[in-house]
Design a protein around this ligand. Structure first.
Ligand code: HPA
Length: 274
């Protein structure tokens, strides 16, 4: 089956569960940030396991539900938990939910993640708006035959993290007294954290933070015409920037500490962009 046909099967199923639902924005929530789902009103919660063609996450800290509902007056489709390339899924599987959100009608996709801070001036607990990315995962999510119905063979990526939206989001954060920095996100395949030399490489290449997600979904959704908003929660200093060893527990702990501010920011962004 073509990817577009699978997506149609999936959106048909989702719309049967929530007839007439038309989300304006899609959200993909990363490590430890899934509790944001509590902010969604009139929620229809659909476990990924019930959705045809949806992949399932095996990583702790990642729940697996698609939630349809409202934030303020904005209809949203929220992925609580995601799958990663390092789990062994094909890129097609990794990007499938992002493509589904765009096919449901989302013109904007807000993608969050936990990331290691490289700097300058990035510390655990900081929230950072992604201004651009480096795809260092070693594979493109668009590899293979292109389906023109989804997007062009050679999609432009020069404004993938919309400059216009970023400006408005920085204003929203400012008006809420939330410090939001900006930075370039380097995506690595993982699952091992980087070596200090790899972090230094990413730094020389211009990255401000490193992580293992977001970029495949961003490329695939932008290929279909969506604008991307990326927000990283700096959960730890990247390897070699800190002398401490890295751990997934630290990532989850920092994400939990910042969860309240993070939730306020996302609600502010979703309602403020209307
Ligand atoms: N590196 C890669 N991915 C991450 C990190 C990191 O330091 N922190 C959270 N996700």
């Amino acid at each position: 089956m073509k990817q577009s046909e699978k997506i149609k099967e999936t959106t048909d199923y989702i719309l049967r569960r929530s007839p007439g639902f038309s989300p304006a924005m899609g959200l993909i929530l990363g490590s430890g940030l899934g509790n944001f789902a509590e902010s969604i009103e009139n929620a229809t919660v659909i476990p990924y396991g019930e959705i045809p063609n949806f992949p399932q996450s095996s990583v702790s800290g990642h729940a697996g539900n698609l939630i349809l509902g409202n934030i303020g007056t904005t209809p949203v489709a929220v992925m609580q938990g995601r799958v990663h390339f390092y789990e062994g899924h094909s890129m097609e599987k990794v990007i499938f939910p992002a493509r589904t959100l765009v096919a449901l009608g989302c013109k904007t996709l807000l993608i969050t993640n936990a990331a290691g801070g490289i700097g300058p001036d990035l510390n655990p607990g900081d929230l950072v708006l992604i201004s651009d990315h480096l795809n260092l995962m070693g594979e493109s999510p668009l590899k293979g035959p292109n389906e023109e119905v989804m997007g062009p063979r050679f999609p432009d990526m020069s404004d993938i993290y919309s400059r216009d939206l970023r400006k408005r989001i920085l204003d929203i954060a400012n008006s809420m007294n939330i410090t939001l920095k900006e930075g370039i996100y380097a995506a690595m395949m993982g699952p091992s954290y980087e070596t200090p030399a790899e972090v230094n490489m990413a730094k020389i290449l211009g990255a401000n933070m490193v992580g293992m997600s977001t970029v495949p979904e961003a490329i695939a959704a932008h290929h279909m015409g969506a604008s991307i908003i990326g927000i990283s929660c700096i959960s730890n200093l990247a390897a070699g920037i800190s002398t401490e060893p890295l751990s997934h527990d630290e990532v989850k702990e920092t994400a939990a500490k910042i969860a309240g501010t993070f939730r306020n920011l996302i609600v502010g962004v979703v309602t403020g962009l209307r």
